[in-house]
Ligand binder design. Structure first.
Ligand SMILES: Cc1ncc(COP(=O)(O)O)c(C=O)c1O
Length: 427
């Protein structure tokens, strides 16, 4: 058993859980909810729900438009939210934080605004095979528009990528862009963002980091990473849906043409044309998700107060427990690296069982996990499976919950896999 299973007591999970009203509910005939689908969306502490409800009930009005009290108050709260997010990711300027609808919208914005501007036929975009579809399809669409090529970095058997392989691909293909996930949403692998960004720059590539699975779980420092673009979603950091962040370094955002056109993103419009607004509004056409931004600010302040280092250590411990316990189940195949190289995500399959059947069985015991391809079909194809079962942990999950998950997976195996095999053999 790895020593990661020894709890350090860094997080007071029982107390933290009281901040999340949804965790009080029961499911599946009055069983306590064990929510292990945090890689998809995390739950909300009361402070986030209250911050949004306070805006709706006291000072809701469209931002940047009205010269009246409510609009001034909502505009102030919206811009304060931008400052809170900038502080959360360590950005030098709050105008480098562009609010989008989520990670997907942020990557599509870069693919359109930067890609259509910078990429031409014969250019290359370098990705890893571990990307979420959100960081694959926009580049394939760019390839359809421009004739550029999309190249994928392969993985080791344990779901990692050697720096030497990255360097070799950068050298061979000289990509215009290296876009990669900081943490795989299936394998949990934590990739070395700062090292890869620096390597990419040595070969003249621009860098986009998909931080959707990093921002909720580890302290982000975009200045230290030094990537031109960093993106993440609100709904995975205890915030609301419908909001995400496109961080871009000032110089590239200044130079890049806007993508969506409409209100707010312009300084002037005439019948002849338009002059774009300054940052960040240049990239925020139309009414922005300002209530969601206020909720997001409350969320990042909350997880910042809990402590990202503590959250990260806690999740690694939970992943360590899951890896140890699940590995004892016959026919178990766990994807991804050892606990020291992964965050709180564990995806697996059991030989002879469909992940959907297993997750349905777990649901009847009150345990929410995800089954499917997790928007990472190329990664599943790489490992030769169509789907997997994914348990993903967060700050409010306890070691006892992970033990319950592993016990239930073991029961499933005894009952439906080895049991049915015994029955077959005895026929
Ligand atoms: C690594 C990664 N990238 C991108 C996304 C897409 O995020 P969204 O659906 O919030 O746009 C996800 C969501 O699961 C993800 O895990």
């Amino acid at each position: 058993m790895s020593n990661l299973t020894v709890a350090t007591g860094d997080l007071d999970v029982e107390t933290l859980r009281r901040d999340f009203p949804i965790l009080e509910r029961t499911v599946a005939s009055d069983r306590p909810l064990i929510y292990l689908d945090n890689g998809a969306s995390t739950q909300h502490p009361r402070v986030v729900i209250d911050a949004m409800s306070d805006c709706y009930s006291r000072y809701y009005a469209n931002v940047h438009r009205g010269i009246h009290t409510l609009s001034e108050e909502s505009t102030r709260a919206f811009e304060e939210a931008r400052e809170a997010v900038a502080a959360f990711i360590g950005a030098a300027h709050s105008h480098e934080v562009i609010f989008t609808a989520g990670t997907t919208a942020a990557i599509n914005t870069v693919a359109r605004a930067w890609g259509d501007w910078q990429v031409t036929a014969g250019d290359t975009i370098l990705l890893t095979i571990a990307e979420h579809h959100a960081n694959i399809v926009p580049w394939q669409q760019l390839a359809q528009r421009t004739g550029c090529q999309v190249i994928f970095l392969p993985l080791t058997d344990d779901g990692r990528i050697d720096d030497a392989v990255v360097a070799e691909h950068l050298d061979r293909h000289r990509p215009k862009l290296f876009a990669f996930t900081a943490v795989s949403n299936v394998l949990g692998t934590e990739f070395p963002v700062k090292r890869w960004a620096s390597l990419a720059h040595d070969f003249g590539a621009t860098v986009l980091v998909d931080a959707a699975q990093a921002a909720p779980h580890q302290s982000l420092d975009v200045l230290d990473w030094n990537a031109e673009f960093v993106v993440f979603s609100g709904h995975k950091v205890c915030g609301p849906t419908g909001i995400g962040v496109l961080y871009g370094q000032e110089s590239i955002l200044e130079a890049m043409p806007p993508f969506l056109g409409g209100g707010a993103m312009i300084r002037t419009v005439t019948t002849e044309g338009f002059v774009p607004n300054e940052l960040p509004m240049k990239f925020e056409a139309g009414t922005p998700p300002f209530v969601e931004a206020i909720g997001l600010a409350a969320a990042v302040k909350y997880i910042g107060q809990v402590g990202l280092e503590k959250i990260h250590r806690h999740e690694k411990q939970l992943a360590g427990i899951a890896l140890d316990r699940l590995a004892t189940i016959p026919g178990m195949r766990i994807f991804g690296p050892a606990a020291e190289h992964r965050g709180g995500i564990v995806s697996f399959v059991i030989e002879g069982a469909h992940p959907h059947d297993l997750s349905q069985w777990l649901d009847r015991r009150g345990i929410a996990v995800r089954a499917g391809h997790h928007c990472a079909m190329p990664l599943h194809q790489h490992f030769g499976v169509a789907a997997s079962c994914r348990a993903s942990f967060y700050l409010y999950n306890s070691a006892a919950e992970v033990e319950t998950l592993c016990g239930a997976v073991g029961d499933f195996h005894r009952r439906f896999v080895s049991g049915s095999r015994r029955n077959r053999d005895s026929v």
